[in-house]
Every structure is written in structure tokens, then in C-alpha cells.
Design a protein around this ligand. Structure first.
Ligand SMILES: Nc1ncnc2c1ncn2[C@@H]1O[C@H](COP(=O)(O)OP(=O)(O)OP(=O)(O)O)[C@@H](O)[C@H]1O
Length: 440
């Protein structure tokens, strides 16, 4: 069968988020498509992974070199499963409409932050509809309107992760939103058990409380390939610029052909409490702006933005009394990561220039951090095009709790690095006319 390329294929996940996707499609999407005489087909997922099966089915229905237009009614996980399902299929351009019916909807929220105005052409289209659409519904339909008004779709960078031991590659997978370890991966792991009792984002907060007091032991190498416009760079909250990394060392120099002459692998020594990378989203929920420099809509170059917290750089943490260590680590993690809800201001936090630690001084506990000061950044933000996460052996020391340093989260899907192994993460080369594109 050779499909009509004008058909909009709608993949509906009936259990994502609060399970309201199917009703929304029936009530709002179909009436619009019918009014505009746009052919559509609905494909409802019947089990985990089914979005990938649907993607494979669609590729078999099209000739090579096709453009497949589809809408995803669900969350980031549903889109992730589609990408995973068709990652070995080449020569197809996937143009995707996002209908945010998952829990977090990180990609949609980053492309259409709350109160983003609709384009004039979308507003014209809405005013031509014979039925009213509330402001909230208009916002949920933002990506659909971009498609209907023929806005160009945006190329979506895809990250490839390889888990391997020294002897062999064990697993390869793709991600389009986030690749994380440490606290974020642990939150995703624990929050899954809470999905039924807490279908909204509050389950992430509960899981955060269970994991914020843990240390994740690993070492990381950051690098940039020869196509990258610059070597690895670090955000400097004081000068408000990207600069040569200054809180890590480049002791490992690369002689690899893939690296620019004079470029280096930058070495980051753990333990970590937080470690998250993304090349597409600035936020994980509508107001949780964890990676504020990532902007898919900007014309700029593609990077992986890495956001990390290494608690032992904070003198308040290692100097804590043994019985207060876990509690202090947890408080600090909440204080720092919580600033992401304040328009991503965590990236501007700095330690006092002189990190004198005074016993019993409560100002260290919150007020001790400064903003855009001359001390070192609290959150280290780097941009690169690849990195390795190498779990390491815990340094035994009383009062600390170790988290699972082999857990990796790819767009919410969890993977485990084999014992003694590592994770290698890199941006996939983007093609001009094939791969994934989103209407934004
Ligand atoms: N019919 C189904 N029954 C059970 N699970 C399903 C079904 N269809 C899809 N799934 C699973 O639902 C999971 C949740 O979907 P998705 O990740 O899109 O939503 P979410 O987790 O609520 O949102 P987000 O990823 O934005 O936080 C997917 O990982 C998928 O495996």
C-alpha cells in the first residue's frame, strides 16, 4: 500500500498523563480536521512500546523517501517509543505534531511555554472555525495549528547512548528529550511506582524526597567533535558568558581523528547529586526550567547541554556533622534544583568567593549561596557534543548514602549500565531531509 502523504496519522496513548488524550482528540482535534477536510487515521497504542510498532507499520506503508506526518497524543515517553521503534529505518522524514497529554510534556512545554502567544496565522485560523475554542485548548493545540498553517517544522536533534563493558557493546538507544543519571534518573525510577496513585507531576516531588540525600559515584569525560563550532564550554554566571571550562581539568588530551587539533576531553570527578543532559528542552515541566540555555527554536548550533551538581564542591556539605550529612545534602539539593522553578535561576547561583565554613552558622543553609557572584558556580553547566558516564567505586565515608550510579534515564525510559561498564552519549548527525522534525 502506498499511503497518501497528506493523511495525518494520530497516535493516541490512552493511559499517558491523566488519560484524557482520547477524549480531547474526539472533542477538539477531529472536529478541526473534519472542518478543514484533512484526512486522518487514528492509531491507539495498546501496550507499552506500541508507538514503535505503529511507526514501523507506517514505514512499511510508505515508499522510501516519504514524509510521514503524525500527531502524538501523549507524553515524551510515547514519542520516545516511536523514535526507538523506527531508529533503524532510514530515508523517512517524520513531521510530528505534539498534543501534550502526558505527565510532564517536556518537549511541548519547551516549545510552547505557558502563555506563549499563538502566531497571527494560527489566530486567523481559529477565528475561521465554526466553534469556539477556549484559551487553554488553543494552547494545547499550538503545535497542531503550526502544522495546519504550514509553518516549517524544526529538525529535532537525537542523542545516541551506548552502554558497554570493556569487552562489548551491550545496548544502544536514542533519546530526544533528556539523558540523565543520578537524582533525575532515580526520581523517574521511583515515580513510576506512584503513577497510579499520583497521575500528576506531584509524584516526581515525592520521588525527589526519597533520593535527594544520595550521592552518585562516577567520573565523566566531556568532549566536542570536529564538526562542533567550539570546544567544550562552561557557563560562567559571573560574566554571563560561555567560556573555556574553569571548574574541571583537561588532563586527558585526545589524539583521535574525530577531535579537532588541540581539543581535549574534559575530566569531571564525582560524586554527583544531579546530572542531566539535553539538546532539545529548556524545561522538564511547564515551569521547571532546568536547562535554560537549550533552545530548539534558535538557529544556532547543536550541543548537548549538561547540568550537574557535585556536592563536595560545596564546603557546607563535606564539613557537615556525620548525623546531619544526609539531611544537609537533601536540603541543599532541594534549594538548588528548586531554583529551576524560578525561571532557571539555579544556573546563576555562586558560592561565596571565600567559602569560609563557620560551625553553627545557619546562613550557610540557604542564604549562604549568592547570585552571579565572584565565587565558583554552584551548578556546573557545560555544552559539548558527547560525554561518557563512568560509574566508580564509592569512597566509604560515614553518614553518606549511595544512590544507584548505574541507572540511566532516556526520556523517562530506564536502563542499567552493566557492572564495570560505562555509558557513551553523543549527538547523532542531523540530515537535512530525513529524521525527526516537530511543528513548533
Ligand atoms: N495501552 C497502553 N497500556 C499501558 N501502557 C501504555 C499503553 N500505551 C502506551 N503505554 C505506556 O504509557 C507510558 C506513558 O506514556 P508517556 O510517557 O507518553 O506519558 P507520561 O509518562 O504520562 O508523560 P511524560 O513522558 O510526558 O511524563 C509509555 O511509556 C508507554 O509505554
Amino acid at each position: 500500500m502506498n499511503q497518501d502523504q497528506e493523511t495525518l496519522h494520530i497516535i493516541v496513548n490512552p493511559v499517558a498523563g491523566h488519560g484524557q488524550g482520547p477524549h480531547f482528540v474526539e472533542e477538539n482535534v477531529i472536529p478541526i480536521l473534519r472542518h478543514l477536510l484533512i484526512p486522518y487515521q487514528i492509531h491507539t497504542t495498546s501496550s507499552p512500546g506500541d508507538a514503535g510498532n505503529i511507526g514501523q507499520y507506517l514505514t512499511r506503508s510508505f515508499d522510501g523517501g516519504a514524509t510521514i506526518r503524525l500527531a502524538i497524543v501523549g507524553g515524551d515517553g510515547t514519542f520516545h517509543e516511536l523514535i526507538e521503534g523506527v531508529q533503524d529505518v532510514t530515508g523517512i522524514k517524520w513531521e510530528v505534531v505534539l498534543l501534550p497529554f502526558g505527565t510532564a510534556n517536556a518537549l511541548f512545554s519547551s516549545l510552547f511555554p505557558p502563555s506563549t502567544p499563538l502566531s497571527p496565522s494560527s489566530l486567523d485560523l481559529i477565528s475561521s472555525m465554526p466553534f469556539p475554542l477556549s484559551d487553554g485548548i488553543q494552547h494545547q493545540l499550538s503545535s497542531l495549528f503550526s502544522y495546519l498553517t504550514k509553518s516549517p517544522s524544526i529538525n529535532l536533534p537525537i542523542t545516541q547512548t551506548t552502554l558497554s563493558t570493556k569487552a562489548a557493546i551491550c545496548e544502544k538507544f536514542s533519546s530526544h528529550v533528556v539523558l540523565s543519571t543520578s537524582l533525575h534518573a532515580a526520581i523517574l525510577h521511583d515515580s513510576e511506582a506512584l503513577r497510579e496513585s499520583h497521575p500528576g507531576t506531584e509524584r516526581f516531588k515525592i520521588a525527589a524526597a526519597q533520593n535527594a540525600s544520595k550521592l552518585f559515584y562516577a567520573n565523566v569525560n566531556l568532549s566536542s567533535n570536529s564538526q562542533a563550532p567550539s570546544d567544550v564550554e562552561q557557563w560562567d554566571p559571573n560574566s554571563q558568558e560561555w567560556t573555556r571550562p574553569f571548574t574541571i581539568s583537561n588532563s586527558v588530551s585526545t589524539k583521535d581523528d574525530n577531535h579537532k587539533e588541540g581539543s581535549a576531553e574534559w575530566y569531571v570527578k564525582g560524586p554527583f547529586s544531579y546530572f542531566l543532559s539535553t539538546s532539545t528542552v529548556d524545561r522538564l515541566e511547564p515551569t521547571f526550567m532546568i536547562s535554560p540555555f537549550t533552545n530548539l527554536k534558535s538557529e544556532g548550533d547543536q550541543f548537548i547541554y549538561v547540568t550537574m551538581i557535585r556536592p563536595f564542591r560545596d564546603r557546607f556539605i563535606p564539613s557537615s556533622k556525620i548525623e546531619e550529612r544526609k539531611d544537609n545534602l537533601s536540603k541543599r539539593a532541594f534549594e538548588i534544583v528548586g531554583s529551576a522553578y524560578n525561571a532557571g535561576s539555579h544556573v546563576d547561583l555562586t558560592y561565596p568567593a571565600s567559602q569560609a565554613v563557620v560551625e553553627g552558622d545557619d546562613s550557610r543553609n540557604g542564604n549562604g549561596l549568592e547570585t552571579k557572584g565572584e565565587g565558583e558556580p554552584v551548578v556546573e553547566v557545560f555544552r559539548c557534543t558527547s560525554f561518557n558516564w563512568n560509574p566508580s567505586i564509592e569512597q566509604k565515608s560515614e553518614g553518606w548514602e549511595q544512590g544507584n550510579n548505574r541507572l540511566v534515564c532516556a526520556d523517562g525510559a530506564l536502563h542499567s549500565i552493566p557492572e564495570g561498564g560505562s555509558a557513551e552519549v553523543e549527538l547523532r548527525t542531523q540530515e537535512k531531509d530525513t529524521g525527526f522534525f516537530v511543528f513548533a
